[in-house]
Design a protein around this ligand. Structure first.
Ligand code: SF4
Length: 274
């Protein structure tokens, strides 16, 4: 007999969501206790489609790049060039490609959307309100990420659980039902100190801004150095007052970190953007 759900009941997850969740749980169990090289090898070996690693050239991303490139794993490197990055990021991007002999696929925002946003909000309109900031992140990051991950089976990220309270629940592998893929964070249980020690031991190229207090580095106008004792992500969108500041790549519409996200739309027609 078919089961029905009343208006107050949570509808059952679609079968593909359940299958993704089972896969993620299985990967978590199989490789959660392994070292990071074995985690990466195991995750990639069990993928049933393209594997994409999105890097923003932060410390953790550089550690993963070193490991993925060193092991010659079949992984596509991708990055989101918002057009507002630090010059040091572009220099590190080039240095990383040369050092590891890889090409990092760039994804850019839709130019019509950026042009209309700037016309309506100003070139630095993201300082005006939280909504304007989120709209900018949606245009420059979230929509391009959707294209970077289109068709991927496994998404590798450099998230760590102790980066912020909002990321505290990050596991090795999680289902992202909205995108129809498994999202994996092989450094989920690493500390920043461990990542830095690894980078130094292996001469991994890292952003020189880290040494000047820029711990979590995003777009130049939205990132500042942190002071001693401040949380790692305090320098991101520092003018906003809540603790769960994210750009939208890893969060839902309510601002909380989520494990799945609705499919991303193509950039809306220019005139539909408020
Ligand atoms: S971090 Fe700042 S400049 Fe970059 S996309 Fe978000 S609001 Fe725009």
């Amino acid at each position: 007999m078919a089961l029905s759900s009343g208006p107050d009941e949570t509808p059952p997850a679609p079968p593909h969501s359940a299958a993704l969740a089972r896969r993620a749980d299985g990967l978590d169990t199989a490789f959660g206790g392994a070292d990071v090289a074995d985690r990466l090898a195991g995750l990639v070996a069990q993928a049933v489609g393209p594997v994409v690693f999105t890097t923003s050239f932060g410390l953790e991303d550089q550690v993963l790049t070193h490991l993925i490139a060193g092991a010659k794993l079949p992984v596509t490197f991708a990055t989101l060039d918002t057009g507002r990055l630090f010059p040091e990021v572009y220099a590190l991007w080039q240095e990383t490609e040369e050092r590891y002999g890889i090409l990092i696929r760039p994804y850019y925002p839709r130019h019509e959307a950026v042009e209309l946003y700037v016309r309506r909000n100003g070139v630095n309109g993201f300082y005006g309100s939280r909504e304007a900031r989120k709209a900018c992140c949606d245009i420059r990051k979230v929509e391009p990420l959707g294209r970077a991950l289109a068709g991927a089976d496994l998404w590798l990220t450099g998230l760590r659980a102790d980066q912020s309270a909002a990321r505290g629940g990050v596991r090795l592998a999680e289902a992202d039902a909205g995108r129809g893929l498994v999202k994996a964070s092989p450094l989920f249980d690493w500390t920043r100190e461990r990542a830095l020690a690894f980078a130094q031991r292996n001469a991994v190229p890292i952003n020189p801004l880290h040494a000047r207090g820029f711990v979590s580095i995003g777009c130049q106008p939205c990132t500042r150095a942190i002071r001693p004792g401040e949380p790692e992500r305090a320098g991101r969108w520092w003018w906003e007052d809540d603790a769960a500041r994210e750009c939208g790549l890893h969060v839902g519409p309510d601002g909380r970190l989520v494990r799945s996200k609705p499919p991303l739309r193509e950039a809306p027609p220019a005139e539909a953007l408020a």
